[in-house]
Design a protein around this ligand. Sequence first.
Ligand SMILES: Cc1cc2nc3c(=O)[nH]c(=O)nc-3n(C[C@H](O)[C@H](O)[C@H](O)COP(=O)(O)OP(=O)(O)OC[C@H]3O[C@@H](n4cnc5c(N)ncnc54)[C@H](O)[C@@H]3O)c2cc1C
Ligand code: SF4
Length: 308
Amino acid sequence: MSSSNSSIPDPILEGLQRGWKVFGGARAAAPAELECDVAIVGSGAGAGITAELLTRAGLRVVLVEEGPLRSSSDFKPQREDKAYANLYQEAAGRKTADQGMNILQGRCVGGSTTINWTGSFRTPKDALETWAREFGLNEFTESQMAPWFEQVERRLNIGEWQTSPNENNAVLKRGADKLGIPAFVVQRNVKGCWNLGSCGMGCPTNAKQSMLVTTIPAALDRGAQLLVQTRAQQLEFGKDGLVQALLCQPIELNGTPAGAPVRIRARHYVLGGGAINNPGLLLRSKAPDPHACWASAPSCTPRWPAAR
Ligand SMILES: Cc1cc2nc3c(=O)[nH]c(=O)nc-3n(C[C@H](O)[C@H](O)[C@H](O)COP(=O)(O)OP(=O)(O)OC[C@H]3O[C@@H](n4cnc5c(N)ncnc54)[C@H](O)[C@@H]3O)c2cc1C
Ligand code: SF4
């Protein structure tokens, strides 16, 4: 991580100087064995919110992130070659099996929120209804979710755009209006945005309220431990079908193993590695399918995930 010589403060460098417990990468190696209340895989949208909530509740949290710790001082050059190689899964080259579609996902502290475009909207009503209908998630109604959305909107400073749309976007809006397609301006999670338009390479001003500058620093200030450039390799299951430990492998930036593995024992495990990597971890771990017994015997109680 480079040092900052500009007037924009770098909250990550400041936090490291305050003594945050960050291991891996260029920093000291993590101990071979760690114990905590909750081990969280990833440090993006899901993991960051979870880490802040749990550390505020007084729990001992360990976050495991396979990407590097980068911050506004690193983002200043705004070079796509550096940003994609450092901050994205597979250097922004992740694709569907048929190579037909590119999939952009973050791989750094803050996850995809470090490099996303800040459009912030509540889960649409029809999506919540689909989840209820297709997956039985009946408690996620608009009204039950409202207090949670409000809490996140406050935490991440989500609000209206402070500037008029540029001509590209104004043309789109006029076209949509003419065609009768409903179009609206999305809200954003920014504070004092400079409108540089380079959110995808990391925000050099810390205006973007990503997990990197909000929930992760808050969790680290409350004693959470963060393992960077460390891949959650496998969940270890006991004979009772419950998770006994999370095995992690420190890695180089290019993904090759670097150093001794770390074994984390926790009371609970949270998978916040994203929609593609979480299933990968579960498959590597040969995790039992908690839904399998529902199909065969509807009265059967799923054994996983569960607390020990
Ligand atoms: C370029 C871009 C622009 C986007 N723009 C918007 C937008 O404007 N509005 C919007 O709503 N959404 C946007 N998104 C999507 C949004 O950011 C994601 O949906 C959201 O961040 C997903 O959250 P998550 O917690 O599932 O995973 P992520 O935020 O992706 O975090 C997952 C983290 O887990 C880490 N990880 C994965 N597997 C492991 C493992 N085995 N061990 C250790 N660490 C692991 C990854 O390295 C990553 O850092 C954008 C995404 C991208 C990539
Ligand atoms: S200043 Fe605004 S537009 Fe520029 S990267 Fe940060 S959030 Fe994005």
